[in-house]
Design a protein around this ligand. Structure first.
Ligand code: UT7
Length: 323
């Protein structure tokens, strides 16, 4: 059986750090409120001349290095982003050029915070069908450019960053039959479009607009949908929650993660948390958390890891992998 194996992890965070106290100097907010309601302590913010393609390229390069591959091995680049450099072409094509890749396909996926799970699902399907052999799957966002910095209900929640994984097709069987990406599940429900959106765009205002959100509704759906879709992934593979080594949920709010852990009856120490230091980097949260947990040794070969996310649309999903 042909499966996608994750063979490299990479990340990039802009140098500039903005703390809650920094925000409290300009806004009617406080470190205390932000920490208690979200678990966020600080976020990274891109420099003025740093584009999504730049930070995506940096993450892709570190993932390729980790995989021990040169760029010429790559025949697929999928970039999950809601903050592309330009309306078109796909920012992934700029990353392709930056990396010096001259073959295969490069395109963007737009599922906001669920973008990384969508992008992994697409890359995995293409690899399984032998349409691609070696894919770089990136999540990269410069959300600081689409925030209304006068809206304390949203601007304190987000940050900028990029993460990437290298996927490679492999024939598995016998003792390694259940390694690699075991399954992906993706969903959307457009009836919730207005719960989390950007109030601009080429076919509406012509300007790129700012993020708007019904926080409480998003919170409720995030807990419900992410718990459901992790359970669906485990059921699909005849696995149970106690067999999970790690859950890496989209990092929007520590309270959302705590509620998911409770719903799934998963111990807190099996959840990888980065939201405290990075805030919500949308499509980048999952690959950033994967790279961090890989680098510090938490992720080990053979472990079972579930990824899950929900974002604007609503769009949500999960991926189950054996490292
Ligand atoms: O990636 C997916 C996208 N995002 C999410 O998943 C986020 C989901 N939602 C959330 O994380 C939470 O709903 C928030 C963190 C956004 C808000 O937490 P909450 O517990 O739902 O608070 P709230 O919106 O009900 O606001 C409570 C109070 C309000 O004041 P009043 O009306 O009670 O006087 C807000 O005006 O807190 C006020 N408030 C703030 N106060 C200080 C809202 N934002 C702030 C702030 N600092 N930054």
């Amino acid at each position: 059986m042909r499966r996608s194996q994750i063979i490299g992890f990479g990340s990039y965070l802009p140098k500039k750090i903005v703390t809650n106290d920094d925000l409290a100097k300009k806004l009617n907010t406080s470190d205390d409120w932000i920490r208690q309601r979200t678990g966020i302590e600080q976020r990274h913010i891109a420099a003025d001349d740093e584009l999504t393609s730049d930070i995506a390229t940096n993450a892709a390069r570190t993932a390729l290095k980790d995989a021990g591959l040169e760029a010429d091995a790559v025949d697929l680049i999928i970039l999950a982003t809601a903050t592309p450099d330009n309306t078109f072409p796909a920012t992934a094509t700029r990353v392709q050029s930056n990396l010096g890749v001259r073959r295969g396909a490069a395109f963007d996926v737009q599922a906001v915070c669920a973008g990384y799970v969508y992008a992994l699902a697409m890359a995995d399907n293409m690899i399984r069908l032998s349409q691609a052999e070696t894919a770089v799957v990136i999540g990269a966002e410069v959300f600081s450019r689409i925030l209304d910095w006068d809206d304390r209900g949203t601007c304190v929640l987000f940050g900028d960053g990029a993460g990437a994984c290298v996927l490679r097709g492999a024939e598995v069987g016998g003792t390694n039959a259940d390694t690699g990406i075991l399954s992906t599940h993706i969903h959307s429900d457009g009836d919730y479009y207005d719960m989390l959106y950007v109030d601009g765009g080429p076919s509406t205002t012509g300007a790129s607009g700012y993020l708007r959100m019904e926080g409480k509704e998003v919170f409720r759906h995030a807990v419900q949908r992410m718990s459901e879709v992790v359970t669906a992934a485990l059921d699909h593979n005849d696995l149970s929650v106690d067999q999970l080594d790690w859950l890496i949920p989209h990092q929007a709010n520590k309270r959302i993660m705590d509620s998911i852990a409770k719903k799934l009856t998963l111990p807190d120490d099996k959840i990888v948390v980065t939201v405290d230091r990075q805030a919500n980097t949308s499509a980048a949260t999952i690959p950033l958390a994967l790279a961090e947990a890989r680098t510090d040794g938490r992720l080990q070969p053979g472990q079972l890891v579930a990824l899950t996310a929900l974002g604007g649309g609503f769009a949500w999903g999960s991926a189950l992998l054996r490292l």
